[in-house]
Design a protein around this ligand. Structure first.
Ligand SMILES: Cc1cc2nc3c(=O)[nH]c(=O)nc-3n(C[C@H](O)[C@H](O)[C@H](O)COP(=O)(O)OP(=O)(O)OC[C@H]3O[C@@H](n4cnc5c(N)ncnc54)[C@H](O)[C@@H]3O)c2cc1C
Length: 300
């Protein structure tokens, strides 16, 4: 099928894009990488009257560090994150996740912020945003505002953004030395959306877990933060926390609100989530840089 007819405007500045969104409201759609929007148009799930192309808006390009945060402009493509963009565990976490987002051609064009705006329950970046308490920067007709990831995701493809607002940047907190990161995903075929995925970050100091951050993709209508699983790990000695990691996986799966699909029952998805959370946590603990307190891995 082909898209229904629409008008097209290429904005040259944030102000110009916001003025167009203000004028046209819900009948306009922002065009970023187009990797999800164009499918929605061609399947006629969406019939916007106007596409506001922001690809020429220089203010939205690039990334930087400021005020303890990595700031990703709205035009940062998935592929830009395949290598660490900052010397902090958050850069390593993004680089660990990036290869799981779709295929290389889609990663070359699709944007991090576009994924956050599109809010697919299975999207890896959305789970990472929730795990890290990301802040979503918006520019609208009455100025700028910031929405925390916990308040951003309202449901599948539903967010805290109004139709008149443009996502201008996403800010992720730097995680700091002593923080390990982990990510695991289960998918049916290479490049397909995650059947389930888990993101973890763990701060270790003096041989103990100081804090843990855990979030899951495709664990419900929105990315799910596993707060009670995080509490299980806090204070645990790293050298002997296998039981706590196991329990955290079980608790995270209980915190999930999985939906059934023809090839994936609720019970199966819960089981997969528990396993993925445990694996992501083990990765995070292993990369936390406090290896001296962990017993050597068994050989053979
Ligand atoms: C075959 C295929 C496989 C894929 N696999 C995965 C996968 O495994 N994991 C995954 O996470 N994603 C996957 N995707 C989606 C891909 O990651 C998209 O690139 C991403 O979801 C949207 O980013 P985009 O820049 O292309 O946004 P677009 O497609 O341009 O826009 C998506 C939506 O967000 C809105 N939007 C975009 N940017 C802004 C902004 N700055 N301000 C306000 N609204 C905005 C648009 O109006 C639109 O509604 C896949 C896509 C395809 C086609």
């Amino acid at each position: 099928m082909k898209a229904a007819p629409f008008d097209y405007q290429a904005a040259r500045s944030v102000d110009e894009a916001v003025a167009l969104l203000d004028e046209h409201g819900a009948s306009a759609k922002v065009l970023a990488g187009g990797q999800s929007l164009l499918l929605d148009l061609h399947y006629r799930r969406l019939r916007p009257a106007l596409l506001v192309d922001v690809n020429g808006v220089e203010e939205l390009a690039g990334h930087g560090v400021g005020d303890g945060r990595l700031v990703l402009g709205a035009l940062v493509r998935h592929a830009e994150l395949e290598r660490p963009v900052v010397e902090d565990p958050v850069g390593a976490l993004l680089a660990r996740i990036a290869p799981y987002v779709a295929h290389p051609p889609i990663r070359a064009r699709g944007t991090f912020a576009g994924s956050i705006a599109w809010a697919h329950p299975a999207a890896e970046w959305c789970a990472a945003a929730v795990a890290l308490d990301a802040e979503i920067g918006l520019h609208g007709p009455s100025g700028t505002r910031v929405v925390g990831a916990a308040d951003w995701f309202r449901g599948p493809h539903s967010t805290g953004r109004t139709a008149q607002e443009l996502v201008t940047e996403v800010r992720l907190p730097l995680l700091g030395a002593g923080t390990g990161i982990g990510f695991t995903e289960h998918r049916r075929t290479h490049g397909s959306f995650a059947l389930a995925a888990a993101v973890a970050a763990v701060r270790v100091a003096e041989g103990r877990v100081v804090w843990a951050r855990i979030a899951m993709a495709n664990a419900g209508p929105v990315p799910v933060r596993a707060a009670s699983a995080e509490r299980v790990l806090a204070g645990q000695p790293v050298a002997s926390c296998d039981e706590a990691v196991g329990e955290a996986g079980t608790m995270a799966a209980h915190e999930a609100d999985p939906r059934p699909e023809p090839h994936c029952s609720v019970e199966y998805r819960r089981h997969v989530l528990a396993v993925l959370v445990r694996r992501a946590l083990r990765q995070a603990l292993d990369s936390a840089g406090d290896q001296a307190t962990r017993p050597p891995a068994e050989k053979g």
